[in-house]
Design a protein around this ligand. Structure first.
Ligand code: DGY
Length: 323
């Protein structure tokens, strides 16, 4: 009998069709995202799950799924999944790093430049009919913050952090970085987090969300950032204290922020960051290019295909389950 695999969304790419040939595949067809409570019911008879970062896979859910043999998430980050609970059960977890590196590094730069050069504010200014002869170009009109010659501090020097460093060098920026383990990247000065926050004109976050990094950028750390600095976050919302960040931005201690990820997604309309003109926001689109999303879906399907064949997943978060 074919193994049953549940896929929580229709996916781009080609490999999902190959997966469909190899199992009894059931795909959630919407509308919208699979409602939180529906996962347990949909998965009750399943051997495999292919999910998104919007699906919560926690211990109580796993307790109710004795047949589950593998999980594959179409995401690099796996903070929506209880990895320890999967590992205890010997269940491999696949994810999709690597293929989203360039797209996410580019999105980081898009947010950084938009925040520094007030692009979104300027766009709104024109659309609201404010650009008139009596209110036009002048020497200080829409002046922003210089990027070239500034210092960028990168928190987390994994593949995405390094791709951001490469881009920063070509923009003529000085690059500092802090990382849990020592990394020797040419042109990047390795410093402590404390020193990075004191010295950086721009700070960009590239660490995963876990118990070590949750609330890493808390009110105390935000208060030590260089006056007039810009914070960019394309990693995960829970890493930054949004209330403290909003305060630092509205008081003028910080110049601006570019935020792609929020502690709660979709973000609530009363989130204080949304009320600030010096915050550029995006709805978690760091990896959102057509090719990148197709590659992520293909890798997620490849992880599932390997698991169905009883082979190690090509990108496994907890390879210890194989030993
Ligand atoms: C991921 O895959 O973890 C990213 O956040 C998606 O953009």
């Amino acid at each position: 009998m074919d193994k049953k695999v549940f896929v929580t969304h229709q996916l781009p790419g080609d490999r999902i069709h190959d997966l469909g040939q190899l199992c009894d595949m059931n795909v959630w067809m919407g509308p919208g995202l699979l409602p939180g409570g529906a996962l347990a019911e949909e998965l009750s008879e399943c051997h495999g799950l292919l999910c998104l970062l919007t699906d919560q896979v926690d211990r109580p859910l796993l307790d109710s799924l004795p047949k589950l043999e593998f999980v594959s998430s179409m995401s690099a980050g796996v903070d929506h999944i209880d990895v320890a609970a999967l590992t205890e059960r010997g269940i491999p977890l696949g994810h999709t790093p690597g293929v989203l590196v360039d797209a996410t590094a580019n999105a980081t730069f898009a947010l950084m430049l938009s925040a520094a050069r007030r692009v979104v504010e300027a766009d709104r200014y024109i659309r609201q009919g404010n650009w008139r002869n009596d209110n036009a170009w002048s020497p200080e009109f829409f002046t922003g913050k210089d990027v070239s010659g500034a210092t960028l501090g990168i928190i987390g020097l994994g593949a995405i952090g390094q791709a951001v460093a490469t881009r920063a060098a070509s923009f003529g920026m000085r690059v500092l970085a802090c990382n849990r383990t020592e990394h020797n990247v040419p042109g990047v000065e390795s410093v402590s987090l404390e020193e990075l926050l004191l010295r950086s004109d721009f700070v960009s976050i590239h660490v995963p969300l876990n118990e070590e990094t949750r609330n890493l950028m808390n009110a105390d750390r935000i208060a030590t950032m260089k006056p007039g600095a810009v914070l960019v976050n394309t990693a995960r919302g829970g890493i930054v204290d949004e209330t403290a960040l909003a305060q630092a931005l509205s008081s003028g201690d910080l110049y601006a922020a570019g935020i792609d990820v929020f502690a709660r997604e979709p973000v609530e309309q009363d989130n204080p960051l949304l009320a600030l003109p010096n915050v550029v926001v995006a709805p978690h689109i760091g990896s959102a290019t057509m090719l990148t999303r197709a590659r992520m879906a293909d890798l997620a399907a490849d992880n599932a295909i390997a698991a169905l064949a009883g082979q190690p997943m090509p990108c496994c978060v907890n390879p210890e389950v194989y030993s």
